[in-house]
Ligand binder design. Sequence first.
Ligand code: PEP
Ligand code: MG
Length: 310
Amino acid sequence: SRAARADAPITDGALADGTKIPLLANVGRPEDAAKALELGAEGVGLFRTEFLFLDAKQAPTVASQTDSYTRMLQAFEGKKVVVRVLDAGADKPLAFLNDAEEENPALGLRGIRALRASEQILRDQLEALAAADAATNADLWVMAPMIANQEETEYFVALGREHGLKTVGAMAEVPSIAVLADQVMEAADFVSIGTNDLTQYTFAADRMLGTVASFQDPWHPAVLRLIQLLGDAGTEAGKPVGVCGEAAADPALAVVLVGLGVTTLSMSPAAFADVRAELLEHTIEQAKAKAAAALKATSAQGARDAAAAA
Ligand code: PEP
Ligand code: MG
């Protein structure tokens, strides 16, 4: 029961057979670190850096960014911290990066596209991250949002390396990246799947719009099959594939994601206890069986039912 789970000991994320599945935190500002650690975060899987600057009129300075990133890395000393560079646009516009005139901002110059168009802002952020990394002892990973193909991956990885960053990856949020999973895996050190946007773009249904909210369901086999492509490519290449969208916080879906080849789960820390308990009840073979059953369904509800019965 939920009450029993709340009292269960805080352990590292693992399956019944001992397979480790690190449970990482989604965070937006250094103040989020304490609560995440208290609830057992094994690190950070998504630091949404744009949250720091939603009200800023001007691009933040390198010094102010270095300060924020240093505080976050200090809080997670000895642990992995995956930082996302500014994801500006659509639901999270930044005055200094986005053009308010776009008719379809979700399909416009957002994420890595906006950063590339204002490259000095990206360079400043990477410089601040490298400085924070040098001043602290966390394991810093850096990734870019809305990557659509291998060329964008190569661009971002090269810029990261130029700034001395060791582990550089791509978010998988645009369906093209799943179709091209093998090519992206060649260029990136890791991939992290953003299931919120991946679902939105798979169904061409705005994630903020109530009238099409029924499409925003990551259980749908259309989304699961894209995740399978990424999981298989990661296994093949021997590279980590995480999930950092809301899907990771759904305990039953978390098991299915692991069965699809996902190696880490990042979520709001409030979800740790339930996800931890559910993972502990299944072996990797059981997770794979649930994933296989869900993939064959024809609807999101069908996939839920099939996974539960498998
Ligand atoms: C996602 O799209 O799933 C994601 C993790 O990023 P955000 O929700 O910040 O767009
Ligand atoms: Mg996203």
